[in-house]
Design a protein around this ligand. Structure first.
Ligand code: ADP
Ligand code: MG
Length: 390
């Protein structure tokens, strides 16, 4: 098997990608899951127009498998898969995004309107080299007879060879790096860590993300003793609350979502859910807490709204979305047409964000005015808590 070289510029790029583009190593998982979701979307899209391809919606899922002994993480999907040529083109060429091409090609197709392909920069995959010193990608394109394995240890190139795989889709195996003084890679082998990362970044991926979870349960045969039970669990909630119709959402759903996501024990004073179409298209779900957050008056307090793009969390606290006088507002914004930075961790300084921020500012003001008019007592309570801020 002949080893092929990354093109010269690619070598430099790959090194840059691995070492300097990303601030948070943990986003590798977000990128692999996003790719698996894209591959599943593509298969589903294809099945709508090609009768030979069946994609039963219920069987489409993404799997994560952890293996502590061998220090591997596997991310698998039963999506569209890749042929040998596609493995070379997509994973051998840095900054080539087949997903972006797919989006462009099908932009006018009516079937594609429900599809939200995430990829666009063609670099996300390589982020896995931040935590792995070897990556294997076993893939079988839908309808193909043979499967192939792409394998690489990073800058020194990659190999592609035929291999066995029963069904279409892709299995990506990361061989985690050894821990160093400053980096704990082993944490990614812990189920709670993976659970936390999926919740944080990929909770609204539209396909179930499944992992086998172990749990200690009382032994039914020996009293007082415990056995380990293994069960597949779905880690993500899939449907973003804010995408549902307002009249289908109960007040306690709004409140529970708030308490869970923003770590508060008390229900918020005000829920603002708005869907905006026009100059900028976005959904916003915002809350005014009824008590000031614990760290509100400390220097460490950071204002901001969470920012999502196509169901994927991009920023935890986007401060540009809130003026200082509304720094107490909690919530999130989801928009499909943001200009993301290549690491997808931040935004390009962006016209779009300013438009969204302006709309949000106006919306909060009008909701507060409404509260003042309709429920003076409640407003006074609000004013007592946050009035000095205004
Ligand atoms: P992007 O997702 O921005 O296109 P990536 O570097 O994450 O860039 O992935 C590069 C390309 O590799 C994708 O556009 C896609 O064509 C292909 N790819 C990556 N992961 C998968 C997968 N699990 N199944 C099928 N194709 C994949
Ligand atoms: Mg990607």
């Amino acid at each position: 098997m002949r080893k092929k070289q990354f093109k010269a510029e690619s070598k430099k790029l790959l090194d840059m990608m691995i070492n300097s583009i990303y601030t948070h190593k943990e986003i590798f998982l977000r990128e692999l899951i996003s790719n698996a979701s894209d591959a599943t979307d593509k298969l589903y899209f294809k099945s709508l127009t090609d009768d030979s391809i069946k994609a039963d919606k219920d069987s489409l899922k993404i799997r994560i498998d952890l293996d502590k002994e061998n220090r591997t993480i596997k991310v698998s999907d039963n999506g569209i898969g890749m042929s040998a040529e596609e493995l070379e083109n997509n994973l051998g060429t840095i900054a080539k995004s087949d997903s972006l091409d797919f989006k462009k090609e099908n932009a006018d197709d009516d079937n594609a309107k429900d599809i939200e392909v995430i990829g666009q920069f063609g670099v996300g995959f390589y982020s896995a080299f931040m935590v792995a010193d070897k990556i294997e990608v076993v893939s079988k394109a839908v309808g193909a007879d043979v499967a192939n394995k792409w394998s690489s240890t990073g800058v020194d190139g990659y190999t592609v060879e035929e291999c066995e795989k029963d069904s279409n889709g892709t299995v990506i195996t990361l061989y985690l790096k050894e821990d160093t003084e400053n980096e704990n890679y082993s944490q990614y082998l812990e189920q709670y860590k993976i659970q936390e990362l999926v919740k944080k970044y990929s909770d609204y991926i539209r396909y179930p993300i499944v992992m086998e979870m172990s749990k200690e349960v009382p032994d039914p045969e020996k009293e007082g003793e415990y056995i380990t039970e293994f069960n597949d669990e779905v880690l993500n909630s899939q449907i973003p609350l804010w995408r549902k119709n307002k009249n289908e959402i109960k007040p306690e759903e709004y409140n529970n979502f708030y308490k869970q996501k923003f770590y508060d024990y008390t229900d918020p004073t005000l829920v603002i859910h708005s869907k905006v179409e026009g100059q900028a298209t976005f959904d916003a779900l915002m809350y005014i807490p009824s008590v000031a957050p614990m760290d509100f008056y400390s220097k460490n307090y950071e204002k901001g709204l969470q920012l999502y793009s196509n169901g994927v969390m991009i920023m935890d606290k986007c401060s540009d979305l809130l003026p200082d006088y509304f720094s107490f507002v909690k919530g999130l914004v989801d928009s499909a047409d943001l200009n993301l930075n290549i690491s997808r961790e931040t935004l390009q300084q962006d016209h779009q964000v300013r438009i969204i921020a302006k709309a949000i500012d106006k919306k909060i003001k009008s909701e507060l005015a409404k509260m003042l008019k309709n429920d003076r007592e409640k407003y006074e309570g609000f004013f007592k808590t946050f009035g000095t801020n205004l």
